[in-house]
Design a protein around this ligand. Structure first.
Ligand code: ADP
Length: 236
């Protein structure tokens, strides 16, 4: 069984009476343990696809199976529940709550789910991204790279099978971007499935497979021949 199975997936947005086709019938599978980069020019449907497979939106056609269950026809509430349990999100602009500490930010997904709050698990998630010494800092007191690492810890606390990154290095300088890729590669080596959207070929080269989109269609689907291994800077 694949982790994600997308069959002839379609999305058309309606603006008044105008229909804007964004995804025109896309079919692919992602197996457990893969590391996939999604690429394509602006307007090619990448965000639309991420919103659908991230259970943030519903398709207008086709089918989408996530971890064995059909996620294409869920109610909003059921979709939110699946999202919380199965997917960890990391965004380009970190999306941390500014007044909360790193610890509270990382704990947030536990508060939105029926799962009990587990401070030990939050500590472990922050320690695993090298932030054991930054629990009480607010986002303003952290560098961009540290903020993104809090976001990665937040994505990990509910132990979802898949991590989605939407341009996760887009707001970081390249050395810091590589540090985030090093974390994703380690998580992938530990068995997590990682799927990222990126514009940057160098970043995509850290994945094991690249899906390229154009005009709402899957243009190519290739294994990365020479995966770049991210070597993070030594810390002072
Ligand atoms: P990408 O992420 O590759 O830049 P998108 O998925 O954002 O592409 O967009 C694909 C197409 O769908 C574009 O033509 C875009 O204008 C359109 N689109 C995206 N989101 C919406 C929306 N909420 N309402 C209307 N049209 C949209």
């Amino acid at each position: 069984m694949a982790l994600i199975e997308v069959q002839d997936l379609k999305k058309t947005y309606k603006i008044g009476t105008v229909e804007v086709p964004a995804l025109n019938g896309v079919t692919f599978k992602v197996e457990y343990g893969e590391f996939v980069a999604i690429m394509g020019p602006s307007g090619s449907g990448k965000s639309t696809l991420m919103n659908l497979i991230g259970c943030l939106d519903r398709p207008t056609g086709g089918k989408f199976i996530l971890d064995g269950s059909d996620a294409s026809k869920l109610t909003d509430a059921a979709r939110a529940e699946v999202r919380n349990r199965k997917i960890g999100f990391v965004f380009q602009s970190f999306n941390l709550l500014p007044k909360m500490s790193a610890f509270k930010n990382a704990m947030l997904p536990m508060m939105y789910s029926s799962q009990r709050r587990d401070p030990k698990r939050v500590r472990e998630a922050l320690e695993s991204v090298g932030l054991g010494h930054r629990f009480h800092h607010t986002p303003m007191q952290l560098s961009g790279g540290e903020q993104q690492r809090v976001a990665v810890a937040r994505a990990l606390v509910n132990d979802p099978p898949v991590i989605f990154g939407d341009e996760p290095t887009g707001n970081l300088d390249s050395a810091t971007g590589v540090e985030i890729m090093a974390i994703f590669q380690r998580l992938n080596n530990e068995g997590k499935t990682v799927i990222i959207v990126t514009h940057e070929p160098d970043i995509a080269q850290h994945a094991k497979r690249i899906l390229r989109f154009r005009d709402g269609l899957l243009e190519s689907d290739e294994q990365v021949e020479e995966q770049l291994i991210a070597v993070p800077r030594p810390r002072e």
